[in-house]
Design a protein around this ligand. Structure first.
Ligand code: GAP
Length: 437
């Protein structure tokens, strides 16, 4: 199993994930994504959007605002009911979620001595306009779902959809988490990708099972090992106020099995409460029964940062040096076996020596017209450059040498096998391996 500390240090060293505002000492639970981190994140989001929005006729994408009218959060139940139980250790004054107590002993020695649980609402407050009082108060959204419920009718009408259909979005959400340990597993500023899939009441249970399968298939298509996943069925008494059934897909993180993504049957709860509170008709006219109904909602949801962490954990490997160069034999090597469809850099073009840079640059420019995420690297020994690419998970390195046979060498990250390929055939060869995504 991957070691979290090693991942954290690799992520910073290689420009994937850095603590936010670091030059000022950071800010807990908030991270910045560096050049490779944002590329990995964007590739995951692009694949998600392609699979669930572009490739389907029954799902429409939207982007709703982060800041919504406070009445949305009152009606949805978030203002009163989106609460965590907060406890504090009387000795070391650390605060914890009552349902996620630490295994570690108290910093002042012995067991923690905990206070009674207090309710804490993790929504970040903000004010809209120049006057900061109760009338201007609202929140940064803790989920993207509500923007899809409030836009339900409008989106259905403009897209002329019939049930079943879904609305999808990916967007920033904010939760002032009590405890933010475990790197990007629990953050205060997160990105959620979720779908509200509207169905006729009565079809909800079957559709729930179909989505659970699709959701897991997507996660596995990113390179996450199926054997590291398991389902957790929430007991009836522990369900959220809106849910009839919730199943989490948990991943075997270095700190144990924890929720990676979730699936909830939200029934008609949200449309009903928004219809009541806004006074607007949010019903759907069922042509078959000639009745107005409130659709049920199946909601597959996932946090992009949690997904990224799981992808990294399954891709990360530290090995005793596998490269037989003098610099490398004494050091351990890190290889990220990212699935090529999400690797931040797909191809690296490496001239063997600087003298060959012009020839290599031509190849680089030509490949760049097909794939955007390519690197050119001419500095340092070839062994070092291979290792650098292995560490960021580049599936293919292309080396240009002095041979005058019209061929170049393509090296595979995982097998380290090197193949001589005719330059004229190179694009076809790479299309075969990478596709053009
Ligand atoms: N609309 C439903 C909803 O928001 P949730 O289970 O509270 O459900 C959705 O959150 C997903 O967001 C979770 O499955 C998880 O992947 C992710 N998530 C939740 N809180 C998170 C946090 N503090 N940091 C990172 N990811 C988080």
């Amino acid at each position: 199993m991957a070691d979290l500390e090693k991942i954290v240090s690799w992520a910073k060293r290689r420009g994937f994930v850095m603590p936010g505002s670091e030059i000022y000492g950071g800010i807990s639970g908030i991270y910045d994504f560096g050049p490779y981190g944002v590329a990995l994140k964007n590739n995951i989001k692009k694949l998600w959007w392609k699979k669930f929005v572009e490739d389907r006729d029954d799902i429409i994408g939207i982007e709703s605002a982060i800041i919504m009218n406070r009445k949305v959060w009152q009606a949805s139940g978030h203002e009163k009911g989106f609460v965590d139980e907060l406890v504090e250790c009387k000795k070391c004054h650390q605060r914890f979620k009552a349902d996620d107590l630490p295994k570690e002993k108290c910093l002042s020695g012995g067991e923690h001595e905990l206070t009674e649980a207090k309710q804490f609402n993790p929504m970040f407050k903000t004010h809209v306009g120049v006057i900061s009082d109760e009338t201007s108060l609202t929140y940064l959204r803790p989920e993207t779902a509500q923007g899809m419920f409030t836009n339900f009718k409008q989106v259905m009408e403009v897209s002329r959809k019939k049930l079943p259909f879904g609305i999808a979005q990916i967007g920033k959400s904010f939760r002032n988490e009590i405890n933010t340990k475990d790197f990007i597993f629990r953050v205060r500023e997160l990105e959620i990708a979720e779908i509200e899939y509207f169905v006729k009441p009565g079809e909800d249970e079957k559709v729930f099972d179909e989505w659970l399968k699709k959701w897991e298939e997507f996660v596995v298509s990113l390179g996450i090992k199926k054997e590291n996943l398991k389902h957790y069925e929430h007991p009836k008494e522990g369900l959220s106020h809106y849910s009839k059934r919730t199943v989490d897909i948990q991943y075997n993180y270095p700190f144990g099995y924890k929720e990676l993504t979730g699936l909830a049957n939200r029934t008609d709860f949200d449309l009903k409460v928004h219809q009541e509170a806004s006074g607007k008709d949010l019903t759907y006219f069922d042509e078959e029964t000639k009745e107005k109904i409130l659709p049920y909602v199946i909601e597959p949801t996932l946090g992009i940062e949690r997904l990224m962490l799981a992808v990294i954990c399954d891709a990360f490997e530290e090995l005793k040096s596998r490269t037989e160069t003098t610099e490398a034999v004494t050091e351990n090597e890190i290889v990220l076996h990212f699935n090529p469809n999400i690797a931040p850099v797909k191809i690296a073009v490496l001239p063997l020596v600087k003298k060959l840079s012009d020839k290599a640059r031509e190849i680089y420019k030509d490949l760049k017209t097909c794939w955007g995420d390519i690197e050119f690297d001419e500095s340092g020994s070839i062994g070092r450059r291979y290792r650098r690419q292995d560490e960021i998970g580049t599936p293919f390195c292309i080396t240009i040498d002095f041979e005058e046979d019209g061929k170049i060498t393509v090296r595979d990250r995982d097998t380290m096998k090197q193949e001589r390929i005719d330059i004229k055939e190179l694009k076809n060869y790479l299309f075969g391996k990478l596709g053009n995504f």
